[in-house]
Design a protein around this ligand. Structure first.
Ligand code: GLN
Length: 192
C-alpha cells in the first residue's frame, strides 16, 4: 500500500512518519505524475493559500479531482488541507481569491478559533476513532455541511472532522502526538 503526502509546503515529514508507523509505504507527491503512483493522498497542514496556489500550478489539482470522480480516490486534508477540500470558503477565502479543490460538500472558516486560542490541545470525540488528543494550530472549522458530507467530530460547537465517501477532512493535526488512529481510519478507505 503506497500512500502519498502532498509535499509542496507544510507538515510533510510528520505525516510520512505516521504512515510508516501504520505499515504503509509513504512517498512525497511533488509532481502530477507522482499522483498516479499512490493509492491515497494526504494534504498536510501549512499555509492553505500557498499549498492551494502550488497544487493548481503543478497540475496536481486536476489529476486528483479526476481520480476522485473516476475511482473514489481517497484524499485526506488536515488543517490547511481541510481548507482546500471545501466547496465553499468564508469571506477570508473570497477576499484573497484563494483557489480551493472543492471536493467536499462543506463550507470552511479559516482561523476559526481566533487569536486568543491560536494553538491548543484538546480531547476530541471522533466517530470511528473515539477520544483523540487533538492539536489545533491556527485551525479552520467547518461551518456547514450538506449533500453527502457527514460530521465526524465537533469541538467548542464547531465541526472539526468530516467525511464524504473516500474523502476525509480534519481541522486538527493527527500527525502530531504519536497516536496513529486517525491515519489508520483513513487508510481503511483504500480499496483492497
Ligand atoms: N490557518 C492556516 C490556513 O488557513 C492553516 C493552519 C495550519 O494548517 N496549521 O492556511
Amino acid at each position: 500500500m503506497r500512500v502519498g503526502v502532498l509535499a509542496l509546503q507544510g507538515d510533510v515529514e510528520e505525516h510520512l512518519a505516521m504512515l510508516q508507523k501504520c505499515g504503509a509505504e509513504a512517498v512525497r507527491v511533488r509532481h502530477m505524475k507522482d499522483v498516479d503512483a499512490v493509492s491515497a493522498l494526504i494534504i498536510p497542514g501549512g499555509e492553505s493559500t500557498t499549498i492551494g496556489k502550488l497544487i493548481h500550478e503543478s497540475g496536481i489539482a486536476d489529476v486528483v479531482k479526476k481520480r476522485v470522480v473516476k475511482e473514489q480516490f481517497p484524499v485526506w486534508g488536515t488543517c490547511a488541507g481541510l481548507v482546500l477540500m471545501a466547496k465553499k470558503g468564508d469571506g477570508q477565502v473570497k477576499k484573497t481569491g484563494q483557489q480551493l479543490l472543492g471536493l467536499m460538500d462543506f463550507e470552511v472558516e479559516r482561523n476559526a478559533f481566533g487569536r486568543q486560542r491560536e494553538s491548543f490541545e484538546a480531547e476530541v470525540e471522533m466517530d470511528g476513532v473515539r477520544n483523540f488528543q487533538a492539536y489545533f494550530i491556527r485551525a479552520p472549522a467547518i461551518t456547514k455541511v450538506w449533500g453527502g458530507c457527514k460530521v465526524l467530530a465537533r469541538f467548542d460547537g464547531k465541526i472539526v472532522a468530516a467525511e464524504e465517501g473516500s474523502l476525509l477532512a480534519t481541522a486538527f493535526h493527527p500527525e502530531i502526538g504519536g497516536d496513529a488512529r486517525v491515519h489508520e481510519y483513513f487508510l481503511a478507505k483504500i480499496k483492497k
